[in-house]
Write a protein that binds this ligand. Structure first.
Ligand code: SF4
Ligand code: SF4
Ligand code: SF4
Length: 404
């Protein structure tokens, strides 16, 4: 039932051999297809075995699921956008989707906007403490670890360390904070991310709470998830043990540590800017936006930007002309449209060719709004975005300022 926690293992020898932490997720995906609970599985696969080039893949043949076993840390595909754009919002097919917390949250935000049919999805959430930009990760492995990127067969982020395993079976590790001080390590949004266990999905799966790392820790997060897990156990696709108090405690502590590290980064990102007065901060952001080349990359990548007729397009009668850089209203309009619902996925910043710190600004604004409206985006489909539901009375409250 909802709330149950298990240690789980795949019952499939081939999956067990290739999986990192018990292979339960891979077996559940296989069960989803073989039991015909879904028409397809959307997950991430290394393109031609290249772990720095992971691509979203729609699988309909259960035999192919095993090829997706294991984690990829140096890729961050736009899963929510993929469901919406390329799979027509799952309105006509049932899908099992593997998703990090930010992916699951973005899917939920799109479902609120009737762009995705949640009833046709089963979300397999994967714990996440960060993904690494692939180009910078390869450079980091060469320069900081002294190893060729292609010799790495596995990466892991554990207790503030980045651990890599090589083809020869040896492991190397380095302190993640030290790497990040040097400009390597996780994507900027991931360093700030404090939602690491995807309890907004139907099941949340990970390795925290599993001392020997050879099992998958599963938390059942919805009635749909509960029904599915019970069927998978009955059909012997996975075997499970109830997670004991020690396992649950260990998982909670790991999560707490990850949240503390995220808060440290948030503090740091914000404090640097808040040393400036309001005019100074405004000038700082104007300086950043003066580099914008109006490529629309941020808009096209953002899962929350979903309008078919975008206000920013030419001929919409707004102040946006053809000049480069565009009027500051160009970035400001986009930011105003998404800031109450930003899920800190970092896709906008990844897409920006001018490397503007877009997600930092939008995250800061989002936190301010979250405090005012007591609203967390991407958790409940029924909780509507506050700037859409704000009342006249709320709009008339004076003295509310957003610090950014
Ligand atoms: S934002 Fe959070 S959930 Fe998303 S990839 Fe980064 S750490 Fe993982
Ligand atoms: S604004 Fe950026 S970080 Fe926020 S949801 Fe959109 S793409 Fe993700
Ligand atoms: S991605 Fe960057 S350069 Fe392109 S429109 Fe957005 S802010 Fe401007």
């Amino acid at each position: 039932m909802k709330g149950d926690m298990y240690l789980a293992w795949s019952s499939d020898e081939e999956i067990l051999k290739r999986a990192e932490h018990g292979g339960a997720v891979t077996s559940l995906l296989k069960f989803a297809l073989e039991s015909k609970a879904v028409n397809g599985v959307l997950t991430i696969k290394a393109r031609n075995g290249n772990r720095y080039d992971g691509i979203p893949t729609l699988i309909t043949d259960p035999k192919e699921v095993v090829d997706t076993a294991g984690s990829l840390h140096c890729v961050s595909p736009n899963i929510a956008r993929c469901v919406k754009e390329y799979l027509d919002g799952a309105f006509d097919m049932k899908l099992a989707v593997t998703c990090k917390p930010c992916d699951a949250r973005a899917i939920i935000e799109l479902a609120k906007r009737t762009q995705i049919e949640m009833g046709n999805l089963i979300l397999f959430g994967l714990n996440c403490t960060g993904t690494l930009p692939s180009a910078s990760a390869k450079k980091m492995f060469e320069e900081e670890f002294g190893i060729a990127p292609e010799d790495i067969v596995r990466e892991d982020i554990e207790d503030g360390k980045l651990v890599v395993r090589l083809k020869d079976g040896t492991e190397r590790e380095k302190d993640l904070a030290e790497l990040e001080e040097k400009g390597y390590g996780r994507r900027e949004n991931c360093r700030r991310c404090e939602i690491n266990i995807p309890t907004m999905a139907d099941v949340a799966c990970g390795k925290w709470g599993v001392s020997d790392k050879k099992a998958t820790f599963i938390e059942v997060c919805s009635d749909k998830g509960s029904d599915f897990i019970e069927k998978a156990i009955k059909a012997s696709y996975i075997r499970v043990e109830k997670a004991d108090g020690t396992a649950v405690d260990m998982r909670r502590k790991k999560d707490h540590q990850a949240v503390e590290r995220a808060k440290m980064w948030q503090e740091r990102d914000f404090t640097e800017l808040k040393t400036l007065d309001a005019d100074g901060r405004f000038d700082y952001w104007l300086g950043e936006f003066s580099q914008c080349i109006k490529c629309f990359g941020c808009r096209d990548a953002c899962p929350i930007c979903y309008c078919k007729d975008c206000t920013l397009e030419a001929g919409r009668g707004i102040v946006i002309g053809g000049e480069i850089p565009p009027d500051v209203m160009f970035p400001m309009i986009r930011i105003a449209h998404v800031m109450d619902s930003c899920v800190n996925c970092g896709q906008c910043q990844d897409a920006c060719p001018m490397e503007l710190p877009l997600s930092r600004l939008i995250f800061m604004l989002n936190r301010e709004l979250a405090g005012i409206f007591k609203y967390e985006p991407g958790i409940e489909v029924s909780a509507l975005p506050p700037l859409r539901t704000v009342t006249d009375e709320e709009l008339s409250i004076s003295g509310v300022e957003l610090a950014f």
